[in-house]
Design a protein around this ligand. Structure first.
Ligand code: NAD
Ligand code: 0WE
Length: 264
């Protein structure tokens, strides 16, 4: 399909081939998008460049979203090759590892709270601010990635649940702000996937099998399935959708008792 033909799309959050952002880039590349990728730091530069080249990407820009200057510089670099931006994908989340281990009250610190909210939630607003002038005159789209832990407690997800709740609220407020200029803002709430961010998490494999056994489609989702939903939401096919949180989780969030046929 060619849902994103002639669209300029910046994707933030590729670390390796397992990243959700990689499933998004692959789907968007197949759909004819012009893609630019950012990478967090020099450590990731080579990996991200190699991966990107396999999708036909030729623009790679450093961007640590903790820095307003780096966000601003990323868009000025982009403006030398593109006459504007149609869509931005934000697939970034981070909390200090110690925050995601054990009892919520014991594990949560003022510093960890601040970092989690800054990197996982504010950065989407920071990107929107910087992208806005480059989206002028286009019907642009902003998209971020969330998780059900924003709505319901999950063991160990802790302060990330609060940061995702904040991120989802920002989708609604940004949809109003950006809507005045003809742009849409949405999130995908994805089911759990074994990515780099998940690899540091205790018992993640156990969580994946629990999740699969209680999901209507009886399996976990893939990064490519998230990518295809992201392609749709960033395309003109979704011109009536804004402020929305779209669940790409095989229906997990809709059931409370599964089918009573799972083992665990
Ligand atoms: P990932 O580790 O592949 O991607 C996370 C990305 O965030 C990495 O590319 C990393 O470089 C980037 N990042 C972290 N701090 C940054 C900073 N300061 N500046 C710039 N980039 C920074 O893991 P992922 O699972 O693909 O995560 C992508 C998004 O999807 C996150 O928002 C995550 O919360 C969300 N998500 C993940 C799952 C899952 O189970 N894996 C489920 C739902 C939502
Ligand atoms: O949003 C996420 C990933 C969040 C995340 C993970 C890490 C691990 C390594 C943020 N920051 C860090 N920092 C690190 O140092 N997911 C939805 C995946 C995820 O993470 C969990 C989960 C799920 C699902 C953590 C605990 C419990 C469940």
């Amino acid at each position: 399909m060619n849902l994103l033909k002639n669209k300029n799309i910046l994707i933030v959050g590729v670390a390796n081939k397992h990243s959700i952002a990689s499933g998004i880039a692959e789907s968007m590349a197949e759909n004819g998008a012009n893609i630019a990728l950012t990478y967090q730091n020099d450590r990731l530069k080579e990996n991200v460049t190699k991966l990107g080249e396999s999708w036909g990407v030729d623009t790679f820009i450093p961007c640590d979203v903790a820095s307003d200057d780096e966000i601003k510089d990323a868009f000025s670099t982009l403006s030398s090759s593109w006459d504007g931006v149609d869509a931005v994908i934000h697939a970034v989340g981070f909390a200090p590892r110690e925050e995601l281990d054990g009892d919520f009250l014991d594990a949560t610190s003022r510093e960890g709270f601040s970092i989690a909210h800054d990197i996982s939630s504010y950065s989407f607003i920071g990107l929107a601010k910087a992208a806005k002038p480059f989206m002028a005159g286009r019907q642009g789209s902003l998209l971020t990635l969330s998780y059900l832990g924003s709505q319901m407690t999950m063991p160990n997800y802790n302060v990330m649940g609060l940061a995702k709740a904040s991120l989802e609220a920002s989708v609604r407020y940004l949809a109003v702000s950006m809507g005045k200029h003809g742009h849409r803002v949405n999130a995908i709430s994805a089911g759990p996937i074994k990515t780099l961010a998940a690899s540091g998490v205790k018992n993640f494999r156990k969580m994946l099998s629990y999740n699969a056994s209680r999901t209507p489609i009886e399996r976990n989702i893939t990064t490519r399935e998230v990518g295809d939903a992201a392609t749709f939401l960033s395309s003109d096919m979704a011109s009536g959708i804004s402020g929305e949180i779209l669940y790409v989780d095989g229906g997990f969030n809709t059931t409370a008792m599964g089918s009573l046929e799972e083992e665990t």
